[in-house]
Design a protein. Structure first.
Ligand code: MV4
Length: 435
């Protein structure tokens, strides 16, 4: 739906693809054409490259926007698009493949002057190398799959007695999950904040950044609330880090939208961890503070327009926040699919709702539980929170459980209001049923 919004504004006709579970979904209704690509199971529809390409060829499309999730960072898919003379809206297959190798991304960022978490130079050759590295960087350390991401294939190691088994299970898990056993090591940061920079690049070697997002309010690697700017970043830090990020991405020839992820430790030092080569769920908070439409930008950059033309001069202003409204129990986080009976969205000054849900819509059990993004904007962070608070009060969803009650509590949390939190913030709201 977000991509259709952008295409309608640009005068571009759209083709939706859908699985049998999404026959009545709004993107099917609002696209100019729609093609069913298979059964509900995503491996047979949304992840089925031949099916997606067939739909594109039948309808003779010029380009594919891969969204987020599914095939959005799949280098093989980007390659098949190229071979089929269809523009993949994203960085090319070579960059996607490179971004997939986290230890390599670490070296490139480091070479461009970006601080990376102290850790191994590259892949850990064997257990002896892992022990030596851990002794050098000192425990606790974390062993990460080079092909991993989003929290998969990681092992925290608190002492040398734990290392041999952690090293071998991490390698086995990496082999199982990604088909590559390679792992590397970093110093483990106990209570990090998660901060990410939004970037845009054109096909002529120019890269800009659009400031950062604070994404520390998460549980089990699922973000619940994001905001921009981060309450923890100073103007000086933003300027310095931003310049290094641009330098690093220009060196590799990055194009399209991307996100560079950092962890901030307890002392306020900030370190690169990994990069996402796609548009992200939380992109609207950056759109609200910069006034830049990131999806239209992606499309125009993919069509070969220059960055100067696409974004022109923008100045960041105010504060934006996003609550991810999920179909799930607010206490246990257990998914709650089903039929929505009442769906009343808030509005008024500074409120944006991105959703494909409506009264009588059925949330299928097969996919992600995100049903709406509630985005608030204010001149200041307190005004933004006040707007989010009243919008959450007036957002009515019945028939399924949602995360709204939890988000209402967080908007009234004094530590949240003060910007005092890290990635463990939600632990205080977890119940025993959540495990
Ligand atoms: C870390 C870390 C602590 N120290 N790396 C989790 C997802 C992946 N993108 C990186 N992750 C982490 N890497 C070091 N050296 C802690 C995490 C982490 C985390 C990071 C961001 C947001 C939420 C998180 C939840 C648990 C662990």
């Amino acid at each position: 739906m977000r991509v259709i919004d952008a295409c309608k504004e640009l005068g571009i006709a759209t083709v939706a693809v859908y699985s049998e579970a999404d026959r009545n979904a709004l993107h099917v209704r609002f696209a100019d054409e729609a093609v069913c690509i298979g059964p509900p199971k995503s491996s047979e529809s949304y992840l089925n490259i031949p099916q997606v390409i067939s739909a594109a060829e039948i309808t003779n499309v010029d380009a594919i926007h891969p969204g987020y999730g599914f095939l959005s960072e799949n280098a093989n898919f980007a390659e098949v698009c190229e071979a089929s003379h269809i523009t993949f809206i994203g960085p090319g297959p070579d960059l996607l493949r490179m971004r997939g190798e986290k230890d390599q991304a670490r070296r490139e960022m480091s070479a461009a002057g970006v601080a990376v978490v102290p850790g191994s130079e590259g892949i850990l050759a064997d257990e002896a190398a892992a022990l030596a590295e851990a002794a050098r960087i000192r425990y606790p350390v974390i062993v990460k799959a080079s092909a991993g991401g989003g929290g998969r294939g990681m092992r925290v190691v608190r002492g040398e007695e734990e290392l041999p088994s952690a090293f071998s299970t991490a390698r086995n898990e990496a082999q199982q999950a990604f088909g590559v056993p390679d792992v590397y090591m970093e110093k483990f940061i106990e209570r990090p904040r998660h901060i990410e920079f939004q970037v845009l690049g054109d096909k002529y070697g120019r890269v800009i950044h659009l400031g950062e997002r604070e994404c520390s309010i998460q549980r089990r690697h699922q973000k619940l609330i994001e905001e921009s700017p981060s309450p923890a970043i100073s103007a000086k830090q933003r300027e310095e880090l931003g310049a290094h990020v641009i330098e690093a991405l220009q060196q590799v020839g990055y194009s399209s939208a991307g996100t560079v992820e950092f962890l901030m430790d307890e002392d306020g030092s900030i370190y690169f961890i990994e990069m996402n080569a796609r548009i992200q769920v939380e992109h609207p908070v950056t759109e609200m503070v910069t006034g830049v439409d990131l999806i239209k930008s992606q499309i125009r950059l993919a069509a070969g327009e220059k960055l100067g033309n696409v974004v022109g001069n923008f100045t960041s202003h105010g504060h934006a926040m996003e609550c991810r409204i999920n179909a799930e129990d607010p206490d246990t986080f257990v998914p709650s699919p089903g039929r929505i009976s009442v769906f009343r969205t808030p509005g008024g000054p500074g409120i944006r709702v991105d959703t494909a849900a409506h009264a009588d819509a059925v949330i299928p059990p097969y996919y992600d539980s995100l049903v709406a993004k509630l985005i608030a904007f204010g001149d200041t962070r307190p005004e933004c929170i006040a707007r989010m608070r009243r919008a959450l009060e007036m957002f009515v969803v019945e028939g399924i459980k949602t995360s709204i009650p939890l988000q209402r509590k967080i908007m009234n949390d004094p530590d949240f209001a003060e910007g005092r939190f890290d990635t463990h913030f939600l632990d205080r709201y977890a119940t025993s049923a959540a495990g």
